[in-house]
Design a protein around this ligand. Structure first.
Ligand code: GLP
Length: 240
């Protein structure tokens, strides 16, 4: 594991975006696994800034998002499709046909999960960006007795819904389920970039990276990934 703790959020954003930029320089047709939530926003801002300054191009790159809520209309302000449009895709030059997000409104969610897995079989993710849930979830792979390898529908834990309620008018409006990439798909990425910010995640990120490898903390599985890069702000990194 390659662990970096940054003094400022801007330093962290620069370093994380820098990893994407160097990857694009080596291989313009890179495949990126992308994440939502508050954690990646500063990194997406930096990439958009570098794109408008002519420093990076995604014209030949591909992306696969980790997850999507079930049942939120595509235009809903909190759908991950809309989030990605606003925070990144509308600000860079990645062709629309190269961007992929599971469809949480598909008529058959099982078929949608199969379709997403089949699609991803044709690509090898170069960098998978991950945030971390307060309960150790990655994507929406929630703590459980066992974890699923491929894309699947998951019922969201109460604490995850509560954590995400800050983005919705009320807790009742937070969807109860989501479609998420599975653990095996995430682990297949050549490099995984785990980014964690904030004092409230100091304990969980420490447990995930130094504690037992267990499905009770899905992020702990990242310990066995051969190319794991971890970027923390000083608050999240205070136990290291
Ligand atoms: C969300 C997403 C995850 C994200 C995590 C943390 O529910 N499904 O992909 O990493 O929770 O979110 P945040 O970065 O807002 O703390």
């Amino acid at each position: 594991m390659n662990l970096h703790i940054f003094r400022t959020n801007d330093d962290l954003n620069e370093a994380a975006a820098g990893l994407f930029a160097s990857q694009l320089r080596v291989k313009p047709a890179s495949v990126f696994g992308l994440a939502t939530g508050s954690t990646p926003i500063g990194i997406y801002d930096k990439l958009a800034e570098w794109h408008s300054a002519g420093r990076v191009s995604f014209a030949r790159a591909y992306s696969f998002n980790l997850d999507e809520y079930v049942g939120l209309p595509h235009h809903h302000p909190e759908s991950y499709l809309r989030f990605m449009e606003e925070k990144l895709f509308s600000r860079i030059d990645m062709p629309e046909s190269h961007r992929h997000i599971p469809d949480g409104n598909a008529e058959s969610l099982d078929e949608e999960c199969r379709r997403y897995d089949e699609l991803m079989e044709d690509y090898q993710t170069d960098i998978q960006l991950l945030g971390l849930g307060h309960n150790g979830h990655i994507g929406f792979n929630e703590p459980d007795k066992s974890l699923r390898s491929g894309t699947h529908v998951v019922e969201l834990k109460e604490d995850t819904r509560r954590a995400n309620a800050r983005f919705f008018p009320s807790l009742e409006e937070v969807p109860t389920s989501a479609v998420t990439m599975g653990i095996a798909t995430i682990m297949k990425a050549k490099t995984i970039l785990l980014v964690v910010r904030g004092a409230d995640k100091a304990e969980i990120v420490h447990r995930a990276l130094t504690g037992p490898i267990t499905t009770d903390c899905p992020a702990s599985l990242l310990q066995v990934h051969p190319s794991l890069v971890v970027m923390l702000d000083s608050e999240a990194g205070r136990l290291f």
